[in-house]
Ligand binder design. Structure first.
Ligand SMILES: [Zn+2]
Length: 192
């Protein structure tokens, strides 16, 4: 598991970036940190225990990336390709995802709670036991995915599709939904 070491900057309550003494904001060389992180997420090897919060990732190819037990809380991802990625037990809480591609991803026990997702594609994926609690999802597509035991509790969902999904024990309680389709899915086995 990633190590939650506080940033050494006085008064800062963020966690230090993995292998550093400070958070990204208080680093002397944030460009170098981002270069190393970008390189790691692009190299298609398996990574674990990475920790970087509050970072901005734009126009990146992280397809087939493989991460375990990492923490990317409050990061912003714009036009990022996560297709065919493997993401296990990793935290993306309170992130912003805009125009991101997660097609054919395999994510388990992962947390994206409180995140905003705009025009993101999650089709043909396995996202089981994953925590989407309280997300704001607009224009997203989860179709033909396995969402077994994942929770969308308290989410706000608009113009979003769950067509032909496995929704066994998927939790949609207390959600607000506008123009959401569950066509061809086993929604009778989900919780509403
Ligand atoms: Zn700091």
């Amino acid at each position: 598991m990633f190590r939650s070491i506080p940033c050494s900057h006085p008064g800062c309550n963020k966690y230090a970036v993995e292998d550093h003494y400070t958070c990204l904001e208080h680093s002397r060389d944030p460009e170098k940190i981002m270069f190393v992180i970008d390189k790691a997420l692009s190299d298609r090897h398996s990574h674990r225990d990475m920790l970087i919060t509050d970072a901005l990732f734009t126009d990146r190819d992280f397809s087939s990336t493989h991460v375990n037990m990492c923490n990317f809380a409050r990061c912003t991802f714009k036009n990022v390709d996560f297709s065919r990625s493997v993401i296990n037990s990793t935290f993306f809480d309170f992130c912003l995802f805009e125009n991101c591609n997660f097609t054919e991803n395999d994510s388990r026990h992962t947390v994206v709670a409180g995140s905003t997702m705009i025009n993101c594609n999650f089709t043909d994926s396995i996202m089981i036991h994953t925590n989407f609690m309280g997300i704001e999802g607009r224009g997203c597509d989860f179709s033909t995915s396995d969402l077994y035991y994942s929770t969308f509790c308290n989410a706000y969902l608009s113009d979003t599709n769950f067509i032909d999904c496995n929704l066994k024990n998927t939790d949609f309680r207390y959600t607000t939904r506008h123009n959401v389709s569950f066509k061809y899915s086993n929604y009778e086995e989900a919780l509403f």
